[in-house]
Design a binder for this molecule. Structure first.
Ligand code: SF4
Length: 202
């Protein structure tokens, strides 16, 4: 499994399939794990820092896990496979309000990398972060309030697994800082901490 994942990550880092994306693809490295965290896409800082969730949203995200799940950022990066809907920085939105949301073709193109990760790792627990990542696994649900704070069963790339969705920890979002989002986020993290696949990492 480790050799296949090493090969996968090396190939991923060379990908230049999407014309509008800014390379290089960002990977959290070949961490063999049955738990996967899946973000939307890297921001402008991540290519220079060469790791996902390297800036302000990451600080909030890792604080959530440290405070509620007993795992600090270093341990998290060593024990959990960090993936994303798209692995390259999409650029800034034309409106000027944050990063461009990847388009359907980019999502479909990058999905082949995600599918291969499922084939290699056969994850038991998926932690999608933010609406775009959540929608890859729970496509019918439209509101965060209907899905955060619950554990869902799903099938992706032929693998049955549990999904515990999390809101995006971006500073631009207030959802996780006010009710009902605050309480639902706390409940989601509690369910992560109690999940057998997560407990097996500690
Ligand atoms: S977004 Fe994904 S598919 Fe597109 S160039 Fe980057 S790594 Fe390749």
């Amino acid at each position: 499994m480790q050799a296949a994942l090493n090969q996968h990550v090396a190939a991923l880092r060379e990908c230049r399939a999407c014309e509008k994306m800014t390379p290089p693809p960002i990977s959290g490295g070949p961490v063999v794990s049955r738990v996967m965290l899946i973000g939307q896409a890297p921001g402008v800082k991540e290519p220079a820092l060469q790791r996902p969730f390297a800036w302000t949203a990451g600080k909030t995200l890792f604080r959530w896990f440290e405070d509620s799940c007993g795992i600090n950022e270093t341990q998290f990066r060593e024990r959990i496979y960090i993936s994303a809907v798209c692995r390259c920085f999409p650029g800034k939105a034309k409106s000027g309000g944050g990063d461009r949301v990847p388009d359907k073709l980019e999502i479909a193109t990058c999905s082949s990398w995600l599918q291969r990760e499922f084939e290699i790792l056969k994850p038991q627990l998926i932690l999608p972060v933010g609406k775009l990542a959540i929608s890859q696994f729970l496509p019918k649900v439209r509101k965060l309030v209907d899905i955060i704070g619950q554990t869902h069963e799903t099938e992706f790339a032929g693998i049955n697994c549990d999904v515990i969705p999390l809101p995006h920890p971006s500073g631009a979002s207030t959802w996780h800082r006010s009710e009902p989002g605050k309480g639902l986020t706390a409940e989601a993290l509690k369910q992560v901490a109690g999940h057998p696949a997560f407990k097996a990492l500690l």
